[in-house]
Ligand binder design. Structure first.
Ligand SMILES: Cc1cc2nc3c(=O)[nH]c(=O)nc-3n(C[C@H](O)[C@H](O)[C@H](O)COP(=O)(O)OP(=O)(O)OC[C@H]3O[C@@H](n4cnc5c(N)ncnc54)[C@H](O)[C@@H]3O)c2cc1C
Ligand code: SF4
Length: 315
């Protein structure tokens, strides 16, 4: 691992100044970033890391005027355990509780979970052995190589790596917004496919808060995840739904380079009772536009089933 400086920021302004010029990067829990630094997966690295966990007042869970507000450095373990989130924003508590392991959830923050990089094994290979498109190269090694965990909805910017955040689909289903030090972004518009980042954040832009509107009266949400093992593994597919009290919202992740809003599934279940047959039809509708690779066909059936089961779990 290359040497780098470390600054414990005490204010957002201090962090912003330290990040100016593009030679520094943000660290929160470090559970994603430290692995990347240790393994030298990228061709170049910033000279310093700016710790935002040391900024007072960025770690909180509160409700104000019908909006749940979560500070960016709030730990996933606290979100999973929060009584108010479990009761009213259930999908988010369930999603946070399914990330990795207790140790990672104790260190990892919601901000870091949203901004984490993808896990394509060519991209993550130590010592930058595959200088792929997401590192500024010209080749997608997964396209012709082992792509069994990759996209079933094609490429974005020539990359077929999937976004694997567990909390992302829950926030999209719950119609959340991501607040930064410069703007407020609807969760649905927060992710992108850049070199190498996964978000629309500008260099040096800092997530400060997650805002989730209180679901309408009678609404319920649920999150389900399919992974090889119940603990530690990233999702093969995950799914979050919000139903009742308004138009249904259904989002999936690990199926495409960006979190995927399943609009056709929402249309298929809208206005209908949620029962076995209707939930199954919604699952099939969610996958109408899927274009899996030969090695990812199995994910289509998993996604259909997760949509169905998440809908049934929410009633
Ligand atoms: C073994 C293991 C298993 C894992 N399993 C899962 C899983 O099942 N599901 C899942 O979703 N994730 C998983 N993760 C990924 C990830 O580590 C966690 O999700 C965690 O939430 C990341 O948060 P962090 O605070 O540690 O982020 P960090 O590592 O500190 O940062 C991650 C990225 O986010 C940026 N960042 C952090 N905070 C901010 C902010 N406030 N504003 C702007 N940018 C910011 C950093 O610059 C960095 O690029 C796993 C990680 C490990 C090591
Ligand atoms: S899928 Fe994306 S991250 Fe993986 S090798 Fe291809 S371009 Fe790189």
């Amino acid at each position: 691992m290359k040497a780098f400086d470390h600054t414990n920021a005490k204010t957002l302004a201090e962090a912003k100044t330290a990040l100016a010029g593009g030679k520094a990067t943000i660290i929160a829990g470090g559970t994603d970033l430290m692995g990347r630094l240790k393994d030298n997966i990228l061709p170049t690295y910033p000279a310093s890391v700016i710790n935002v966990k040391t900024i007072p007042g960025l770690d909180y869970i509160k409700e104000e005027a019908g909006v749940l507000k979560i500070g960016a450095t709030t730990r996933l373990a606290d979100i999973a355990a929060s009584p108010v989130i479990n009761q009213k924003y259930t999908a988010l508590a369930q999603a946070a509780g399914r990330v990795a392991t207790p140790h990672v959830r104790d260190m990892g923050t919601i901000g870091g979970n949203l901004a984490q990089l993808h896990r394509c094994w060519y991209f993550r290979k130590p010592e930058n052995r595959f200088n792929c498109i997401r590192k500024g190269g010209t080749t997608c090694f997964a396209m012709t190589g082992d792509n069994r965990y990759h996209s079933i909805f094609g490429a974005v910017n020539k990359c077929i790596a999937v976004n694997i955040s567990d909390t992302a689909p829950a926030l999209i289903a719950l119609n959340a917004s991501i607040v930064t030090n410069t703007r407020k972004i609807n969760a649905e518009n927060f992710w992108d496919v850049k070199i190498p980042e996964n978000t629309v954040l500008a260099p040096g832009e800092i997530i400060t808060e997650i805002q989730v509107p209180t679901p309408p009266a009678g609404a319920k949400s649920a999150f389900l995840k399919f992974a090889i093992r119940k603990s530690i593994d990233f999702p093969i597919v995950n799914c979050a739904v919000l139903v009742g009290g308004g138009a249904p919202r259904i989002a999936l992740n690990a199926v495409a380079p960006k979190p995927y809003r399943a609009a056709k599934a929402e249309a298929a279940i809208a206005g209908k009772p949620i029962n076995e047959a209707n939930a199954e039809a919604a699952g099939a509708a969610a996958m109408e536009d899927a274009k899996p690779l030969p090695a990812t066909k199995y994910k289509v059936q998993i996604a259909k089933t997760l949509v169905k089961r998440a809908l049934l779990a929410a009633v």
